[in-house]
Design a protein around this ligand. Structure first.
Ligand SMILES: C[S@@+](CC[C@H](N)C(=O)[O-])C[C@H]1O[C@@H](n2cnc3c(N)ncnc32)[C@H](O)[C@@H]1O
Length: 236
């Protein structure tokens, strides 16, 4: 099965096809490969939303909707957007009945969402896969209300010594092997490791957010320093 080529500007259809193939086993491989640590990273990301988590929240590149699931019962409404229907279908089963959730199958570069209609956007491990990520960032800014916040958790190009060591040992060795064994998609997990290198470091992504027009932009490494978080606020 052909995997997308990291950094290829035309990779979107191959990325969508890859997630369609791994959707049934995505959650299992996620928990195993992160040793459950992704749940801690997600809690930190939600905390960064502050009071905006009680409002109308976009789960951007939602995948199997882990963020939507965590916010169900708290957010006034949720919009889960992803261009892979199979991932959204796998996620929808996890959302409690009665949650106000709109599931949208669309590209993050062109979101069918009204201007200034949401309080917060959360993007977990997704924007890295979007060719022209600056378009997804501009779209996030457009759909947020003044004072709204975008929180991105992702694997940026590793920089610190410890991050580079973990990249060599964990990302490039353990992750493709374990992910491949769990899903049968070795190529997909090699792509995921390579995609961290083919896009931005965290500082570059923070700059991208500022250039898009976000006002307050901050970021930091999470622990262990495999993933990082960026928080970008829309001027009020
Ligand atoms: C690694 S998964 C992350 C899913 C989820 N956010 C999480 O935290 O587990 C990346 C998701 O981004 C989606 N994605 C990649 N490129 C996209 C694009 N251009 N537009 C919308 N979704 C995209 C994929 O379909 C996939 O579901």
């Amino acid at each position: 099965m052909t995997a997308p080529v990291a950094g290829d500007p035309g990779r979107a259809p191959a990325v969508e096809a890859m997630f369609t193939r791994i959707a049934p086993r995505y959650d299992l491989s996620n928990r195993v490969m992160s040793l459950g640590i992704d749940r801690i990273w997600r809690r930190i990301a939600i905390r960064e939303l502050g009071a905006a988590a009680d409002g109308d929240v976009l789960d951007l590149c939602a995948g199997t909707m882990d963020f939507s699931q965590a916010l169900a019962g708290r957010a006034r409404s949720l919009v889960a957007l992803d261009f892979c229907q199979a991932m959204l279908d796998a996620g929808a089963r996890k959302i409690p009945a009665g949650t106000v959730l709109r599931s949208i199958c669309a590209d993050a570069r062109s979101m069918p969402i009204a201007d200034a209609s949401l309080d917060a956007a959360l993007a977990g491990f997704g924007i890295r896969n979007v060719p022209e990520p600056e378009r997804a960032v501009a779209e996030a800014l457009r759909v947020l209300r003044p004072g709204g916040v975008l929180v991105v958790v992702d694997f940026f190009r590793p920089e610190s010594l410890l991050a580079r060591f973990l990249d060599l040992t964990w990302n490039r060795t353990v992750l493709p092997l374990v992910g491949g064994l769990l899903t049968g998609e070795f190529g997909a997990y090699r792509y995921l490791a390579r995609s961290m290198h083919a896009w931005s470091d965290r500082a570059g992504f923070e700059r991208m957010c500022r250039e898009a027009g976000f006002a307050g932009v901050t970021g930091r490494e999470l622990f262990p320093p495999v993933a990082s978080i960026v928080i970008a606020k829309k001027a009020g």
